[in-house]
Design a protein around this ligand. Structure first.
Ligand code: HXC
Length: 259
């Protein structure tokens, strides 16, 4: 499939890599780009050979936010009637296989929100995160006021959303927004390494792990633990559980069949 605002390729026939590709606009996220991103994610999710996906941008910008030029003249009627954001930004929430954000440069506004919609974030040492919408007379609109406090706590989320300042990779890692920081020139190598590691496991187990961790954000502790317990029990019905445990007991590598 030919895309205009993203590029798509696979690594080792197992990892689907999506690169945001509006370099002149620092990968500002417009509607058509988000539609393409959703299509690419869905295609990889449906492809049995793919075990993990990566979303990345350029060295200078993962994405500098929603496209301000496109939004500038929107009226309330436009955004409400057309269900702006909900309509074409949220496909990623329905993706069942793991999605890693490999972030270098700016991840601001909707760019930071997109990174937070991924399952985890690996940041280059030049990454900068922020929710600067307040400077434009608006607030985050793709989940930033909800996911950021869950990731970094109320105080820092308020600081970022109210002052519009950026935080660097070190601050983001210390606060828990990113899982690791790597040198810029190692970003894709390191992220691909993580993705390939995930691809080596049973897809049933990686999907269940993702679903169960995400449940922590949607439910109370007792419900979340019960959800996890049921998925945990269900995995004992899979051939991959038998294979994984037999491989351990017999000191050999496991060969998972996603079954
Ligand atoms: C449209 C953008 C853009 C954006 C940058 N550009 N960010 N265009 N929407 N969000 C464009 C610039 O206009 C410029 O185009 C080119 O990209 C390069 O940007 P510069 O500003 O010249 O680069 P630099 O001086 O390095 O500054 C980088 C920057 C700055 C700090 C990231 O561009 C900036 O502050 N951008 C806006 C960040 C922001 O406010 N994001 C939140 C958007 S609101 P030209 O044609 O002049 O070369 C949002 C709402 C989310 O995301 C809610 C729902 C999703």
């Amino acid at each position: 499939m030919a895309y205009e605002f993203i590029t798509v390729h696979t690594e080792a026939d197992k990892v689907g890599v999506i690169t945001l590709n509006r370099p002149k606009q620092l990968n500002a996220l417009n509607g058509p780009l988000m539609v393409e991103l959703g299509q690419a994610l869905k295609a990889f999710d449906a492809n049995e050979a793919i075990g993990c996906m990566i979303i990345t941008g350029s060295e200078k910008a993962f994405a500098a936010g929603a496209d301000i030029g496109a939004m500038a003249t929107y009226s309330f009627a436009d955004v409400y009637k057309n269900d702006y954001i909900t309509r074409d930004w949220e496909t990623i929430r329905s993706i069942r296989k793991p999605v890693i954000a490999a972030v270098s440069g700016f991840a601001l506004g909707g760019g930071c929100e997109l990174a937070m919609m991924c399952d985890f974030i690996i940041a280059a040492d030049n990454a900068k995160f922020g929710q600067p919408e307040i400077k434009l007379g608006i607030i985050p609109g793709a989940g930033g006021t909800q996911r950021l406090p869950r990731a970094v706590g109320k105080s820092k989320a308020m600081d970022l959303a109210l002052t519009g300042r950026m935080m660097d990779a070190n601050e983001a890692e210390k606060a828990g927004l990113v899982s690791r920081i790597v040198p810029l020139d190692k970003l894709m190598e390191e992220t691909l390494g993580a993705a390939l590691m995930i691809c080596g496991y049973s897809q049933l187990a990686t999907m269940a792990a993702k679903e169960s961790v995400n449940r922590a954000f949607e439910s109370g502790l007792a419900d979340g633990v019960m959800f996890e317990r049921r998925l945990f029990h269900a995995l004992f019905a899979t051939a991959d559980q038998k294979e994984g445990m037999d491989a351990f007991v017999n000191k050999r590598p496991a060969a998972f069949k996603n079954a």
